[in-house]
Design a protein around this ligand. Structure first.
Ligand SMILES: [Cu+2]
Length: 429
């Protein structure tokens, strides 16, 4: 506990203001991107396309966490714990820890670090880069495949942020466990809030690799336990209004849609205007991980960020909290639904002209055939701990989610377009 308190206290305010540039919470100050602009209303639009896969019969279905039976919850938890404890031959890290490390090391491609290869200088996944969605789609698929080796019935369920029941279901002790305990955070004029290491539920006994569990400003360790500070204001409001998602779903431009869904500095207001905000996906991280703002009255943006508190808010290491996978399953679902609403295929992804890794046919690290290598973030040689893969994967390979072997209960083809009714009857979940 003493160690944890020191770690939390050492996250100092090193964020400086950048005019019109923003970064995800937890991503290094100065690593930033510009708010995209909305296309003119009369700008030519690509023709709507329809799902490429014309059947999803027998595909495993990712469901909302509120619809899981107690047995399904237990199966998911058990598979996750098994993957956390399974160390592949020749590795020092478990399969789960390897996936977390991969997420941490995307930051190793940012300019201050000694990365090499064509991806050098271009973080492949954050913040605000087009590859945010495909990169996480592949990460989720890798975890899901590992879970299914333990139990073929398991899929990664999603946390629908607009479902009033979902937060409680997620944080119950038969699923993800509840708030952390033992550390108090005072927000002047607002109140005192408790969080700390998670001490209830199936993951309270997890021991994290302290070298990989790091906060994103000084890259110092967050300790060996999952840390949560639930619903610290202003990220205490739940559920997310459905209108927020509806407005986003009506966008037609991939770059704008992706930026709004990521929410790392860009939000869409009631009038459909892009505004500075931490919202949608980032708000879900903040609601679980907790953040303290310098000026509570001002918009939550990196320049106004005093401390990141918990695992989920420390974006780099956030996959260490299992809630990460449920929130990212929802991110992927919303992209999948947007694709099914006529934004399917290659017309709805940047084809060229972007930096390496952000174009439709660019290999995305770590799936670029071993060409690129990130730099280390601190004194630990994390790079040497990364698994080696010679796979080559591009965004084009990831656009059709059904080809990866899953669908969502909200993207079943039979309910989207009757003409595409699969010949054989889909399995009922
Ligand atoms: Cu995320």
């Amino acid at each position: 506990m003493t160690v944890l308190l020191i770690v939390v206290g050492s996250q100092l305010e090193t964020v400086s203001a950048h005019f019109k540039t923003y970064s995800e919470p937890g991503i290094r100050p100065g690593v930033a991107y510009k708010i995209p602009s909305l296309p003119a209303p009369d700008a030519p639009r690509p023709d709507p396309a329809y799902p490429q896969s014309n059947s999803d019969a027998n595909l495993p279905v990712r469901k909302s966490i509120v619809d899981l039976t107690p047995k399904e919850k237990a199966a998911f938890v058990n598979a996750l714990k098994t993957v956390k404890n399974t160390i592949p031959q020749g590795s020092k890290l478990s399969i789960f820890d390897q996936l977390v490390l991969q997420h941490v090391m995307v930051a190793g491609f940012e300019k201050p670090f000694k990365s090499s290869g064509p991806a050098s200088g271009f973080n492949p996944a954050h913040p605000g880069h087009p590859a945010f969605l495909p990169w996480h789609r592949q990460l989720l698929d890798d975890l899901e495949n590992a879970l299914q080796k333990v139990d073929p019935s398991v899929t990664i369920p999603y946390w629908d942020w607009t479902d009033p029941k979902a937060l409680e279901v997620m944080l119950s002790d038969d699923f993800m466990g509840g708030n952390g305990k033992g550390v108090k955070v005072k927000i002047p004029g607002v109140g005192t809030f408790e969080g700390g290491p998670v001490q209830s539920g199936p993951f309270a006994d997890w021991t994290l690799n302290e070298k990989i569990h790091i906060e994103p400003i000084n890259f110092s360790s967050l300790g060996p336990k999952i840390v949560r500070f639930l619903q610290v204001p202003p990220f205490d409001k739940y559920p997310m209004p459905k209108e927020v998602i509806d407005r986003m779903m009506n966008l037609d431009d991939y770059d704008v849609f992706s930026a709004v869904l990521e929410g790392g500095g860009v939000g869409l207001n009631e009038k459909g205007k892009l505004v500075e905000d931490w919202a949608v996906h980032v708000a879900s991280h903040a609601m679980i991980g907790g953040v303290v703002l310098k000026d509570y009255q001002k918009t939550a943006l990196p320049a106004n960020q005093a401390r990141n508190l918990g695992t989920m808010m420390s974006i780099l290491s956030s996959p260490y909290d299992p809630t990460f996978w449920l929130t990212h399953s929802n991110v992927d679902r919303l992209w999948a639904e947007w694709q099914d609403r006529g934004h399917t295929g290659e017309k709805f992804y940047p084809a060229k002209g972007k930096d390496y890794g952000y174009n439709l046919n660019d290999p995305i690290w770590p799936w670029d055939g071993g060409k690129s290598k990130p730099g280390n973030l601190n004194d630990t040689d994390l790079v040497s701990m990364l698994p080696v893969t010679n796979k080559i994967i591009t965004a084009a390979d990831l656009l059709d989610f059904r080809k990866l072997g899953y669908t969502y209960d909200t993207t079943r083809l039979r309910s989207v377009k009757p003409l595409l009714e699969p010949k054989s009857k889909p399995k009922h979940s």
